[in-house]
Design a protein around this ligand. Sequence first.
Ligand code: FAD
Length: 307
Amino acid sequence: MLGPVILAASRSDRMRRLISAAPVTKQVVDRFIPGEDVDDIVPVVRDLADNGLELTMDVVGEDITSPAQAAAARDAYLELVDRLKPLELGTRAEMSVKLSMFGQALEGGHELALSNVRPVVEAAAEIGTTVTLDAEDHTTLDSMFAIHEELRKDFPQTGCVIQAYLFRTEADARRLAASGSRVRLVKGAYKEPASVAYQDKREIDRAYVRILRTLMEGEGYPMIGSHDPRLIAIGQELAHQAGRKLDEYEFQMLYGIRTDEHLRLAAEGHRMRVYTAYGTDWYGYFMRRLAEKPANLRFFARSMLTK
Ligand code: FAD
């Protein structure tokens, strides 16, 4: 029951100010967001790569309010690409972007987001890697999929994310699987109404399995974005049934969550990519992590009380 309340708080400016200013929040945030700037994050990238893990990098931020902020977000990613270049990791370190951070919700936002994300995709391609477009709330998805399709004309490796909790996703998955796209499947992290999304966890899990089967049987590259042990096991089985080799799909998990499992899957020879977020505008990302596991909230509250 706490999850939806925390998700509602994730959109509240008042809560953002309160929580961001709390003296101990930073220590708790560090578990999920291991750095504030690119200097902090390069050693983290190196360390994960040395441990046989792959990465997708997220500069945190969303819901920006001006074109200047959108341009700053683009520049932050361009700086990241620049700093990744000497590491020569190729597709072992890709980028994840939220189009809202590139201006999607502003006036003329669709074109603005496309014009800001394109240089990032180009720069990523120059260092031999790629970009995946994260999925945000359901109102943004038609624009996200249109931008994805547009980018794929020049950069076919550009990926996107689909969310199992949305009714629309089975149809999206069929289209993307037929087009041969890279697709990350997740359960979904936003507060969505019953008119567009399953609310029951078991129904979401069942949809996840149906959609994953479609992706595995299709022409594309499925990316299993989940920490759920049952779905990870089912993912392996579906890949096997579809005759996929170990390098024809991958697992993805968030930095700081089930770290032992990251290493276990990598040691078994799976491609295991860690979604690694950094930056100062961490509020929305952090609140979604709290909502996914309300036990995190107790940890957070305890750290405030013992300060
Ligand atoms: P759950 O049933 O929520 O979790 C399974 C188990 O994992 C839990 O029992 C717990 O042990 C552990 N766990 C899960 N979450 C947490 C947590 N926050 N803290 C501590 N333990 C936890 N959502 C979007 O809407 N759009 C995106 O673009 C997007 N990108 C993602 C990228 C990656 C790589 C991943 C892994 C997730 C992404 N998500 C995204 C979030 C996703 O939608 C889910 O909210 C999140 O992954 C939790 O679902 P789960 O599949 O891990 O299963």
